[in-house]
Structures are given as C-alpha cells and as structure tokens.
Write a new protein. Structure first.
Length: 109
C-alpha cells in the first residue's frame, strides 16, 4: 500500500510498501527455477520449496517460512543475488534464450 506521512516541512511524501510486491514474488520464483535449470537439477515441488526458502534465509540472515514475509528490501537483495547466480558468461537467462532459436541450434553469426 502507498501511504502518506508528514515530513518536517509539513508536506506529505509518498512511502513505498514495506512488504514484497506480487511482481517481486513472481521474479523470485522465476529466478529460482532458472537457477535449478542452470544446475541441471529437478526437484520435487515440496523439496524445491524447502531448499528455496533455506537459500533465501541464508541471504537475508533470518528464517524465511514464506517468500511473502520478506520486506521489499530483502526481496530485492535476494533477487540481485539470484541474478548473480544464474548469469553465465555475463549473459542473463533471457538473453541466452533470445540467442537460441526454437530449433535448439544457435543462431548463425
């Protein structure tokens, strides 16, 4: 939610939501899936969830029982760490997918 608070000069300023946004949650799950694919790992859904939450806990420094309990800043910290982990040779997963056509062969240079 966006709320208003009064500042010292009497004017209100807009504050960001303190909790993780739905878009951040979606991005967290997408990046986690990319991380598993890059490692050629397939986990059962319940096992993947446990491992994901354990990894998020290590990054933020406290136990995480659901990704929705993260603060906005914590979610950003996890997103940035996962982005670092899934990048290979300076390329993001989206860029790598864009370079490879659906035929499974690399695009000619």
């Amino acid at each position: 939610m966006i709320g208003r608070s009064s500042s010292a000069n009497g004017r209100g300023r807009v504050e960001r939501n303190r909790w993780v946004s739905p878009r951040q949650v979606e991005l967290l799950h997408t990046l986690w899936s990319s991380r598993l694919r890059r490692a050629n790992r397939k986990l059962r859904p319940e096992r993947s969830r446990q491992e994901r939450l354990r990894h998020f806990s290590e990054i933020v420094g406290h136990e995480v029982t659901t990704s929705r309990e993260l603060s906005w800043r914590e979610a950003n910290r996890v997103i940035h760490r996962l982005l670092e982990e899934v990048r290979v040779n300076g390329s993001s997963p989206a860029r790598a997918a864009a370079k490879t056509p659906r035929t499974g062969r690399p695009k000619p240079s």
